[in-house]
Design a protein around this ligand. Structure first.
Ligand code: NDP
Length: 287
């Protein structure tokens, strides 16, 4: 079966072009969206993510501010920085790069970010708004997947959607968004019985487990749409998804590649949320 490649790089490029124009228009009214990125410690992967976020901001005209705290930063130090950023009118969005060192309480840190600057969409206020179907800032990865599906003309209404993974940042919000898009949703996790059977009933299968090429063709129904969120670094250095692309693409009607599928969309939705935050904060200047 010929499959459609859900090309996140291409859609991200198109969305960024549109956002550039939007930002140019805002600049004409004296508004420059600002994103503050906070990194604690020296995790190399986090450093790459932060650099990419800064690059994305520069590319489209968002002002970015980086705050790097040492590995042994105290909770008071981090919370004090967040308080200052909450008050700073040049900062529309605040992102604390996760994971943070273990001695810091992640839940407490997320709650400290003012919910109207929570462009990651992780604050309980925003997860609550998402739950009741009134999202303000939806988490970037599932929001990016919804954009990919919409762009490909894939309507979730009435479809069986299986989400594998129940993390707060991907699986749970993803399931909620698919529910709001009128899919019939099943959420699976490491204790799910007969995972293969459950997955093979999915019209739309979304996988976010962090296990390299775990989902093989025998988990997938003929003609299913398959979204691979996974990003795994194999010992040989190769970046792989949670889905065995070669085997599964022979059965799927549409599938995301890794890299170049969900990843670029996650980055793009952060920019979109930051622009949204800026428009919310500066709405008096827009009218
Ligand atoms: P977590 O580790 O927080 O959650 C993993 C989830 O997968 C858990 O709910 C776990 O179940 C479930 N799981 C693990 N193993 C199995 C299994 N064998 N069968 C069924 N379920 C299983 O991961 P994240 O949600 O943060 O990330 C998932 C993947 O997505 C990672 O590879 C990550 O790198 C990637 N990612 C990619 C992004 C992108 O932009 N492309 C963004 C964010 C993440 P349980 O709850 O029972 O432990």
């Amino acid at each position: 079966m010929a499959y459609k490649l859900l090309d996140g790089r291409d859609l991200a490029r198109r969305m960024k072009e549109a956002m550039k124009l939007e930002i140019r228009d805002m600049a004409g009214k004296g508004i420059v969206p600002g994103l503050a990125v906070v990194i604690v410690g020296n995790d190399p992967a986090s450093r790459i993510y932060v650099n990419n976020k800064k690059k994305d901001c520069e590319e489209i005209g968002i002002r970015s501010f980086e705050y790097a705290l040492p590995e042994d930063a105290s909770e008071d130090q981090l919370l004090g920085l967040i308080d200052a950023l909450n008050e700073d009118p040049a900062v529309d969005g605040i992102l604390v790069q996760l994971p943070i060192p273990r001695h810091l309480d992640e839940a407490k840190v997320i709650r400290r970010i003012s919910h109207d600057k929570d462009v990651d969409g992780f604050h309980p206020y925003n997860t609550g708004e998402l739950m009741i179907g009134r999202p303000v800032f939806a988490p970037c990865t599932p929001a990016g997947i919804m954009e990919l599906l919409k762009d490909a003309g894939i309507d979730a209404a009435g479809k069986n959607c299986v989400v594998v993974g129940r993390s707060n940042i991907v699986g749970k919000p993803m399931a909620m968004m698919m529910l709001h898009a009128n899919a019939t949703v099943t959420i699976c996790h490491s204790r799910t019985a007969n995972l293969k059977d459950v997955c093979s009933r999915a019209d739309i299968l979304i996988v976010a487990i962090g296990r390299s090429e775990f989902i093989t063709a025998d988990y997938v129904k003929e003609g299913a749409v398959v979204i691979d969120v996974g990003m795994n670094r194999r010992d040989d250095g190769k970046l792989t998804g949670d889905v065995d692309f070669e085997g599964v693409s022979a059965k799927a009607s549409a599938i995301t590649p890794v890299p170049g599928g969900v990843g670029p969309m996650t980055r793009t939705m952060l920019l979109k949320n930051t622009i949204k935050a800026s428009k919310m904060h500066k709405r008096d200047m827009l009218s």
